[in-house]
Ligand binder design. Structure first.
Ligand code: OAD
Length: 247
């Protein structure tokens, strides 16, 4: 198991602002599959263009709704992982802390993290596909997808699909958090999907120390000053415990 270097603890203690970006790897230990891992990833079994694009929803809304309903079920049965818990504790020990997640599962919030920047939305919320506003899901009825109570348009999950823009507020706050931080941690993401993957580039350009936690190599590994090879669940609890120890 990767040991947390003492210099990293020192760097975190001295930092004024830390920004974390998480990806599906941190939820893998909650039993939610990642996207691109070769055998187990969601995109090994399903084609994103059939399920996660506006075109897929336009051509077969029921199939898209049912697939998200299946994923929502999986998320509601999952529990936050040790990595989610450790990040919630770390936030309380550091002076400035921003948490950006690409995950749509809400597990950071359930572990106690506050003010999470949801870059790709949240699978537990629905929005009206016509008005683009969040809508309370009506009681299950015959129609799939259910209809917007206000305008009758089809409801869809409040997540970002391929080809869609990141919600403006999340885009802006994530950009600022990447610019301002002196340490940027990339955790459990393949760093292949933009614009999220561009956040570490922004942090690096602004002089931040880049840290990666991932059992596999990614495009970020060689850029990181600290590349910790291991799982979020093994490394983050060590990191949060070390930050709590007296200096
Ligand atoms: P990926 O599936 O692309 O990458 C998951 C990463 O997690 C890989 O680099 C794994 O090595 C790593 N990993 C696996 N288990 C881990 C563990 N226990 N601890 C730490 N890391 C682990 O998933 P994302 O990078 O999250 O977008 O994918 C980014 C976006 O692509 C998603 O938000 C989603 C997807 O298509 C949309 O749906 C818009």
């Amino acid at each position: 198991m990767a040991r947390v270097p003492p210099q990293l603890i020192e760097t975190l203690r001295q930092s004024r602002e830390v920004t974390v970006l998480t990806g599906s790897g941190i939820s893998a230990e909650s039993g939610i599959p990642t996207f691109r891992d070769a055998q187990t990833g969601i995109w090994a079994e399903f084609r994103p263009e059939d399920l996660a694009t506006p075109e897929a929803f336009a051509s077969n809304p029921r199939r898209v709704w049912d697939w998200y309903a299946w994923r929502r079920e999986m998320v509601s049965e999952a529990q936050p992982s040790p990595g989610h818990g450790a990040l919630a504790r770390m936030a309380r020990t550091l002076s400035g802390f921003n948490l950006i997640t690409q995950n749509v599962d809400g597990l950071h919030q359930r572990a106690g993290s506050k003010d999470v920047i949801e870059y790709h939305g949240n699978i537990m919320r629905d929005k009206c596909s016509v008005e683009d506003v969040v809508v309370e899901r009506p009681a299950p009825g015959d129609e799939v997808p259910p209809r917007c109570p206000a305008c009758g348009g089809m409801l869809r999950p409040d997540v970002v699909w391929f080809g869609e823009a990141i919600p403006a507020a999340a885009l802006e706050s994530a950009q600022l958090a990447a610019e301002r931080c002196d340490v940027f941690l990339s955790i459990g993401t393949s760093s292949l999907v933009y614009p999220a993957a561009g956040l570490m580039e922004i942090a690096l350009r602004n002089g931040a120390t880049l840290v990666e936690i991932n059992p596999a190599q990614t495009p970020v590994t060689k850029l990181a000053e600290f590349a910790l090879t291991g799982t979020a669940g093994a490394i983050l609890p060590q990191l949060s415990a070390a930050l709590l120890e007296p200096e």
